[in-house]
Design a protein around this ligand. Sequence first.
Ligand code: 13P
Length: 283
Amino acid sequence: MLSNNKKILEHAYYHRYAVGGFNAPNLEIAMAIIEAGAKQKSPVIVESSKSEMHHAGAELLAAIVRRAAEKYNIPISIHLDHGDSYETVREAIEAGYTSVHIDGSGLPFEENMNVTKKVVALAHKHGVSVEGEVGKVLTPKFEGEDSNRSDFFTNPEEAQLFYKETKIDSLAISVGTSHGAYKGETKLDLERISRINHLLGIPLVLHGGSMCPEKQLRQAIFNGVAKVNINTELRLAFTNSIREHLEKNPEEHVPYNFLGPAKEEVKKVVDEKLKLFGSCGKA
Ligand code: 13P
């Protein structure tokens, strides 16, 4: 059934589990996420960055997820990940997304608040939920190796003010994870998560969930993280499977012969994450 992040994450937050925000740029990955969720009776969030959304076409990607949500009896949300502007958010909402992330973390704090307020006004008018971001989760490949630098971490008092002013539904925080395949050792600042949780009392979102040690993830979830974003591990499962198939079968030219198995590999990763996040049976 179609849902949005507000409904999905409030349940998760109060029952101390997390829902996966899984990135999908195409039919195969979107359906791997949804089928794994259905098998485990778990809510799922199918999300796409601006580039992923444009790869498939916003309306078509939303249509795939919305149609699947009619078929499967689990809460499913379609969410814009790292919306970079009011215009990108509007495009997603017009295409049928039920939830958006406005990432103003590269802007000065006041400007981040202003654009987030505008997004909340538009989104809430349409019943669409909003994830804001304070502090910055870096991507080592583009922003340098030393991406877990604590000067980018979320300041709890700033986060509290941000929430009071913007009335976002959930908050992405920077507490020691980073995006992508090339990250150093993860060391989550659990005290910071707990302090932000204490001050805000809303679902917190952990970006850069791929390759994060399981024990730390469980502790983060216990301390208020209700959504964990996973992209890189799905990308690796999908592309490694295709690479292997094409290396073994250089003459292959039938797409479903390699897209089918690649989808199954993604499903396995999603299945493991749903178990780790504690969302199985919560649909
Ligand atoms: P990873 O690619 O590190 O899993 O991060 C995904 C993410 O945070 C998407 O917003």
